[in-house]
Design a binder for this molecule. Structure first.
Ligand SMILES: NC(=O)c1ccc[n+]([C@@H]2O[C@H](COP(=O)([O-])OP(=O)(O)OC[C@H]3O[C@@H](n4cnc5c(N)ncnc54)[C@H](OP(=O)(O)O)[C@@H]3O)[C@@H](O)[C@H]2O)c1
Length: 234
């Protein structure tokens, strides 16, 4: 593997994105993550082998500024993982849809259009969209979230077609991967009961799914379900 090969993970300062960033860094890749602000804990415990780029995708200017800065770095990407996400329910107000539209859709769309110049045309190269099980299911309290993740899943088809054969483009559609700190015991119990396998797998299953997509030369334009059999429960 070339030392120049870079994995770019948006929203990679915590949880699933950070876990994948750390695993890729351990494997010898150069890793860039984005986040909106540096974490206080990095002053005492700096990230090992991971570069941080500040980026806020809630505005067009923020997205364009990120693209310009990445251009200036002349990064050579092995994979671009659109992981940044906003989880708001529909009681949050009119701004919620706009926020999720920008982060789940506008940013991946503009970054993907720019990304052709960051990949080696000889490959291998991958773009991976982190969507969600409920993108295809819908959700009565997360209508905007589901719709914007569904649109992100749809980007997979168009970009896979546009970038073939040099860049593969796929989605991963997780159901429950890990809980948020504030999740109540009742919520946890209910969430666990929704999947056939009934476990909280943790972020390494996402890393495994990303690796599968990166290492398989014959998969593009698809969505990989990562849901513990959630679709089997009635
Ligand atoms: N965790 C699960 O169980 C689960 C289930 C289904 C799907 N997923 C999907 O899997 C992916 C990873 O999940 P996760 O739970 O680890 O994600 P997360 O912690 O909810 O969010 C990831 C990152 O998104 C970034 N972000 C939010 N607003 C942003 C903005 N305006 N501009 C730029 N970045 C922004 C945040 O970065 P900063 O705050 O550092 O800026 C945050 O660290 C997500 O796409 C999620 O939708 C996760």
């Amino acid at each position: 593997m070339s030392i120049e090969q870079t994995i770019l993970i948006t929203g990679g300062a915590q949880r699933v994105g950070l876990h994948c960033a750390q695993r890729f860094a351990e494997a010898g890749y150069r890793v860039i993550i984005t986040c909106r602000a540096p974490r206080a804990e990095w002053e005492h415990t700096p990230l090992q082998g991971i570069e941080v780029m500040l980026a806020d995708f809630s505005t067009q200017a923020g997205i364009e500024s990120f693209i310009e800065r990445l251009d200036r770095r002349q990064a050579r990407l092995r994979a671009l993982i659109h992981n940044a996400s906003v989880w708001l329910d529909d009681s949050t107000g009119a701004d919620a849809f706009q926020q999720m539209f920008m982060v789940h859709l506008q940013a991946p769309y503009l970054i993907n259009l720019a990304s052709e110049r960051w990949f080696d045309q000889e490959g291998p190269a991958d773009i991976i969209h982190m969507t969600d099980f409920i993108a295809r299911q819908g959700s009565p309290r997360h209508i905007a979230y589901s719709a914007t993740k569904a649109a992100l899943e749809n980007l997979t088809l168009s970009f896979a077609s546009r970038f073939a054969p040099s860049v593969k483009v796929n989605s991963i559609a997780p159901a429950l991967i890990m809980f948020n700190e504030g999740d109540s015991p009742e919520y946890r119990k209910k969430a666990l009961s929704k999947s056939a396998l009934g476990i909280v797998p943790g972020p390494d299953v996402v890393f495994q799914a990303v690796n599968y997509l990166m290492n398989n030369p014959y998969v593009t334009g698809t969505t990989l379900d990562l849901n513990g059999g959630r679709h089997l429960k009635r």
